[in-house]
Write a new protein. Structure first.
Length: 151
């Protein structure tokens, strides 16, 4: 379930915005990072998504007052498995070397005081391919070609 942080109404996971006030919907923070300040640099906001390895939060980079994506390695994956942590750190280093208009910029990486590995990336507004397919249905051939050319 997602909920509206403004009016606290619950919605289906597929819903993106609150039907009452138009606010972006968020997930319940099961990891306890919301409202924490990490390394004196990042104020963690709402949990926006959970991927295969990481929850992704909207956060504020305090020094420059910019919105960023704050990605944390899922704690249950990292326990007693340095290989997973190494994979996450390799992703951070590799993504940090890439510069392209179609790739989110990596700003930082590190560990929280309670040993969670994190990655800070450019915050991008928009929707996922899954959301677009749900909303628009099958993509046209021309749209697929445009997307693949960007990739």
């Amino acid at each position: 379930m997602k909920y509206c942080p403004k009016c606290e109404t619950s919605f289906a996971v597929s819903q993106t915005f609150c039907l009452h006030d138009g606010e972006p919907l968020v997930l319940k923070d099961l990891y306890g990072l919301t409202d924490r300040v990490i390394d004196g640099k990042y104020r963690i906001g709402s949990l926006m998504s959970i991927g295969g390895m990481s929850p992704i939060y909207r956060a504020e980079q305090l020094g420059v007052e910019r919105q960023v994506a704050f990605k944390v390695l899922l704690p249950n994956l990292a326990v007693n498995d340095n290989g997973i942590r190494g994979l996450f750190e390799r992703e951070a280093r590799t993504a940090g070397m890439l510069m392209h208009e179609n790739i989110a910029t990596v700003h930082d990486c590190g560990q929280t005081s309670d040993d969670l590995a994190y990655l800070v990336m450019e915050w991008l507004e928009g929707q996922t391919l899954e959301q677009e397919l749900r909303q628009e249905g099958q993509l046209s051939y021309a749209r697929c070609v445009r997307l693949l050319n960007q990739i």
